[in-house]
Design a protein around this ligand. Structure first.
Ligand SMILES: *Cc1c(COP(=O)(O)O)cnc(C)c1O
Ligand SMILES: [Zn+2]
Length: 455
């Protein structure tokens, strides 16, 4: 990743950072042009062979675009069966033309988040190198994903590290149910990630966080499916929530490679949306003007930013726990993507995130709080005139609606009305709350109430 570093590892070596310069590793291919399709449309032939697991997978049916694994080593559990859903009501909310807003719903993955796209690739690589134990730190979804791959494939022992407190109950329940060894560390996600990297290096455990470059290879396919959903025509905007910035990094790599291979002629613009309480990328890219700069990223600015953050004991804080991250590991790679995709970064507060989430629920399949940031961000960029009304906008919904039902019920019902959930949300009930109606157990009273509701 560092422009002055020429270190190269072969695909069957294991490292979570470059042994020479310490930067993250990046997967580079000698494209075998004979294998690479002439047109993205060529992938459509796989729709008719869905009884083959590799053609069924929403990741591996594009395997010529992530050609690092022999077919007999690939671990797939049917990930990536996700869809691009047009939404007129969200178009209205965001402020674009009726037919211009699309939701890429990654909640349909086996573990309920986009993480499965990357985990199938990481677990495949773990198998290629003969690993027997894998680990990750997680705000919840990475651990759920790694755990389900372990339980279904029976190929790996899994240890997941979570911070204390911040994990949504639905996500924790998955890791436990899938049988992952779960270690809860005092501290937040940033602390847990630091520890798991140390533990993996010391104990020769295979690390599945997004420092693992193979995860990003799998996540590229989210963009291939977006293109597929748009009949292979690139949209104008991809809007994605930013946490550890793996998606942002993967999406840019996907488009750059497609362009190099002559498979698209135009790269969409990328908008990364931070929560205001975890806004490192926003601060650095928009406020301080930090840029990729052909790989010569100003490391001093980054160090200065983190020193100040530590000096003020500033901790990430947002109800959108999946993006509650102040030290995004893929920061530099994300700058490369923003550079390649003429990208912008915005921050939105928790109230805007939860309102966006409620609109997705009312006009789509629903999503977890972090995903609502993409809709809130698209709305903001439209208000700022950066997204035009005629732009075709794809918002990535990263996680399933049921992941964090506490946040949903608090928003709609308000803790005081119902007593559901535990966390007191300052925004409950929210602007678009759909409150349950409390009525006594009496037929006439119930029918009175119903006449008021449905006429
Ligand atoms: C992991 C996660 C994110 C953050 O994605 P990054 O690639 O780390 O930026 C956002 N939303 C959900 C639901 C997630 O699980
Ligand atoms: Zn290096």
């Amino acid at each position: 990743m560092s422009p002055d570093c020429d270190a190269t590892l072969s695909v069957d070596e294991v490292a979570s950072a470059c042994p020479k310069c310490g930067e993250l590793l990046d997967v580079q291919y000698d494209w075998d042009r004979a294998q690479t399709p002439k047109s993205l449309r060529d992938f459509e032939s796989r729709w008719s062979s869905r009884n083959r697991p590799l053609d069924f997978s929403g990741v591996w049916r594009f395997r010529e675009l992530l050609p690092f694994a022999a077919e007999d080593k690939i671990v797939t559990i049917g990930e990536g069966q996700t869809i691009l859903q047009p939404s007129k009501s969200l178009a209205k909310y965001v402020g674009v033309n009726d037919d211009c807003l699309f939701l890429q719903y990654e909640g349909l993955n086996p573990s309920g988040s986009f993480k499965d796209n990357g985990m199938t690739a990481a677990v495949t690589h773990a198998r290629m190198v003969g690993a027997t134990t894998a680990a990750c730190a997680s705000t919840g979804n990475t651990s759920a994903s790694l755990a389900v791959f372990a339980s279904t494939s029976q190929l790996l022992n899994v240890v997941v590290f979570v911070g204390s407190g911040a994990i949504a109950i639905g996500k924790l329940s998955q890791a436990l149910d899938y049988g992952a060894h779960t270690v809860q560390i005092e501290g937040d996600f940033d602390d847990a990630l630091m520890r798991v990297r140390e533990v993996c290096a010391a104990m020769n455990i295979y690390l599945c966080n997004s420092v693992n470059p193979f995860r990003l290879e799998g996540q590229k396919t989210i963009m291939y499916r977006v293109l597929e959903g748009l009949n292979w025509e690139p949209p104008d905007w991809i809007v994605v929530p930013g946490g550890n910035l793996g998606n942002c990094s993967a999406f840019g790599k996907a488009f750059v490679e497609l362009k190099q291979l002559g498979l698209i002629d135009r790269i969409p613009r990328l908008a990364v949306i931070n929560a205001a309480g975890a806004n490192t990328l926003y601060q650095l890219h928009e406020e301080q003007g930090l840029r990729w700069n052909e790989g010569r990223v100003d490391g001093e600015s980054i160090n200065g930013f983190y020193s100040e953050m530590d000096a003020n004991n500033r901790r990430a804080s947002t109800l959108a726990s999946a993006i509650e991250i102040n030290r995004p590991v893929s920061l530099k790679k994300s700058l490369r993507s923003l550079d390649a995709c003429d990208g912008v970064v915005r921050e939105v507060n928790d109230e805007a995130i939860l309102d966006g989430k409620a609109q997705v629920g009312a006009g789509g399949f629903g999503c977890e709080p972090a995903s609502g940031a993409s809709v809130a961000g698209a709305k903001l960029l439209r208000e700022q005139g950066i997204i035009a009304p005629s732009d075709r906008v794809v918002c990535i919904l990263t996680g399933h609606q049921l992941k964090d039902s506490t946040a949903t019920v608090n928003y709609h019902a308000g803790q005081s009305t119902t007593g559901y959930g535990k966390a007191e949300s300052p925004f409950s009930p929210g602007k678009f709350a759909n409150r349950p109606v409390v009525v006594e157990n009496d037929l006439d009273r119930i029918m009175d109430v119903l006449r008021g509701l449905v006429g």
